[in-house]
Design a protein around this ligand. Structure first.
Ligand SMILES: [Zn+2]
Length: 236
């Protein structure tokens, strides 16, 4: 089975956790994709952390780099749909859930520009909490983006190619959800369905003690699979 491993929320705000997750992956020969947030919650702009940026740039020689939102925080609006997306699905992190096409373009452009100025390559775009406003895909398509994903698919916006894909991650913001997602993670390892699978690690997972063992187990399993890049997930 093709398995893609990534570390989300790569930001100076989570430097210690990102290093910890990288160590866990590297100890198993896994080179995870890094999902970089240009200015996490408006309080961790990459240009203010040159040593962190240098490390990410050197890692990019052997790791994929994806742009992962801009602030990674929603400009919360009212309404049932917004409430579900923000409070339940993502605890306020679904930055692109309710934006106009113009707002999507503005954030994608600002993030792209910052990465370019810092000499960081961009291999694709992954929206925070995998939540896409309708306009986001149009923006990514217009930019010739090579890779994006949501909960159920991986996609090359440039050509429109789309494949079904499963995400295995731990929802570490609440204990109940952490338990549910752990069960799901164990189940998908057991079943080893023949489907493109994405293992997504989050810095906040490390705050839940029992998830440390689950992450190790998941990575031990991942290294026995066909470890793949995004481009490999998108090939037939
Ligand atoms: Zn994220």
């Amino acid at each position: 089975m093709r398995v893609h491993v990534s570390i989300h929320d790569v930001s100076p705000a989570y430097e210690g956790e990102v290093i910890h997750l990288l160590d866990l992956c590297h100890a198993r020969g896994i080179k995870p994709a890094l999902l970089v947030v240009p200015n996490f919650h408006g309080r961790a702009p990459l240009p203010d952390a040159p040593a962190f940026v240098d490390s990410v740039r050197s890692l990019s020689a052997s790791h994929e780099l994806f742009l992962h939102g801009y602030y990674h925080r929603s400009t919360a609006r009212e309404g049932v749909r917004a409430f579900v997306d923000q409070r339940i699905v993502s605890a306020g992190e679904a930055e692109f859930s309710n934006l106009t096409i113009g707002e999507c373009a503005e954030l994608v452009n600002a993030g792209t520009e910052m990465m370019r100025e810092l000499g960081l390559r961009i291999d694709g775009f992954v929206p925070p909490a995998w939540t896409m406003a309708h306009g986001l895909l149009e923006v990514l398509t217009a930019r010739g983006c090579e890779y994006t994903e949501d909960h159920l698919t991986v996609r090359r916006p440039k050509t429109g190619e789309t494949w079904p894909s499963l995400v295995v991650n731990f929802a570490s913001r609440s204990r109940t959800r952490a338990l549910t997602t752990t069960l799901f993670s164990r189940l998908s390892m057991m079943l080893s369905l023949d489907v493109r699978t994405r293992v997504a690690l989050h810095p906040t997972d490390l705050r839940v003690p029992f998830l440390h063992g689950e992450i190790a187990r998941l990575l031990d399993w991942a290294k026995t699979q066909e470890l793949s890049t995004a481009a490999q997930l998108l090939s037939a």
